[in-house]
Design a protein around this ligand. Structure first.
Ligand SMILES: Nc1ncnc2c1ncn2[C@@H]1O[C@H](COP(=O)(O)OP(=O)(O)OP(=O)(O)O)[C@@H](O)[C@H]1O
Length: 360
């Protein structure tokens, strides 16, 4: 089965949503999703992820003035039945009175496809999702992962133009989640399906999306690849939402950031981008902070917490002059004890500066 020919780009132009009770769930949104792209919508509860998905599906309609295009086709006013979307939900939404094959065939049957075509395509789906042994099983005799595969098969059998997935893995256990997200990503890529994937799990977002759009209070805070968002967040909100981030607030002194009696050397390019401000806020990821000998360091502290995580040890270090402990990921197998006096080092090139964070 090949979907690439049927899948389309999705364009949202000034799409805003106000619910009947006056809630502004989505501020005017411009978004373009390429044909065959997987875009993940990520953000905290209530930020507008599901609303965006439902607007694309045709389960909700946007405020006047907004426009939604599938390829060149304006679908803004078109009902879900005419939009050619496939949907997969967290709750599977499978029909309990039908077996696996009947569930998968549902969309074709509604469309009035003949029995032979239905059977042929269902067989393709059973094979694609490794569901052949379960073809005649009742839904309540399947595991969560198998149910979700049936839901996916049912959604793509009709060769939708776009596939919309709303937290499809959130009911599954961690191990299965990891396996299925890799499988789903590979499948969508192989079939070339344009997909919008809602999650609040950042690791899932990074594993699944070609790009991630981080939503905050009904607007896009940042959109980009996982690397762009993780390595160059454009706001504190984004920096704190994806991964762990350390913050260093201080004064610009020479080419360093100082706080209390400590100082962090800055790279020339970072220093030049400070736009002449005196106060500064820099950030660094835990894996970019190194522990070193106390006496040789320009930033010193004491270990307040240490957790062995298998591939690394996460160490928290209290530093005088900073409000929050610094999170450090240590990859060498060394043990740290609470109270250990340690030095911190951050390669200047690994310090991140937020846009406009060179404050007066
Ligand atoms: N039918 C509705 N009527 C009024 N307000 C609504 C309705 N549906 C959603 N909202 C509000 O719109 C905002 C966005 O909701 P939405 O469901 O899109 O968020 P979400 O990011 O998907 O959240 P979650 O991760 O909790 O599912 C929220 O403030 C929500 O309360």
């Amino acid at each position: 089965m090949k979907n690439a020919s049927t899948s389309v780009a999705i364009t949202l132009k000034q799409v805003q949503k106000t619910f009947s009770d006056g809630t502004l769930a989505l501020k005017p949104l411009d978004l373009h999703i390429e044909q065959g792209e997987i875009l993940v919508l990520l953000g905290p509860s209530g930020c507008g992820k599901t609303t965006t998905l439902r607007l694309i599906a045709g389960l909700e309609f946007c405020d006047q003035g907004g426009q939604i295009l599938f390829g060149e086709r304006d679908v803004t006013q078109i009902a879900i039945e005419q939009r050619r979307v496939g949907m997969v939900f967290q709750s599977y939404a499978l029909f309990p009175n039908m077996d696996v094959s009947e569930n998968i065939a549902y969309g074709l049957r509604v469309r009035g496809e003949n029995k032979a075509t239905q059977q042929k395509k269902v067989n393709e789906m059973l094979e694609l999702f490794d569901l052949q042994p379960y073809a005649q099983r009742a839904i309540d005799q399947l595991s969560g992962g198998q149910r979700q595969r049936v839901a996916l098969a049912r959604a793509i059998i009709t060769e939708p133009e776009v596939l919309l997935l709303d937290e499809p893995l959130s009911a599954l256990d961690a191990l299965l989640k990891k396996r299925l997200r890799t499988d789903i990503n590979a499948l969508l890529k192989r079939l070339g399906i344009t997909a919008v994937y809602v999650t609040h799990d950042q690791e899932e977002a990074m594993a699944m999306g070609d790009r991630i759009a981080i939503l905050d209070h009904g607007e896009i805070a940042q959109i980009g690849t996982a690397e762009e968002i993780y390595l160059s967040p454009n706001s504190e909100f984004v920096a704190n939402f994806i991964g762990q981030m350390n913050h260093f607030d201080g004064l610009l002194q020479g080419q360093a950031l100082s706080f209390g009696k400590q100082f962090l050397p800055l790279s020339p390019s970072l220093y030049q981008s400070c736009s002449g401000g005196k106060r500064l806020r820099c950030m660094a990821r835990p894996e970019d902070v190194c522990l070193m000998a106390f006496d040789e360091a320009t930033v010193k502290g004491a270990v307040s917490h240490s957790v062995f995580l298998g591939d690394r040890t996460r160490v928290l270090v209290e530093v005088e002059g900073l409000q929050e402990p610094v999170h450090v990921d240590c990859f060498e197998r060394k043990r740290y004890t609470i109270g250990d006096r340690v030095g911190l080092m951050i390669p200047p090139s690994r310090l991140v500066l937020l846009p406009n964070s060179g404050m007066e």
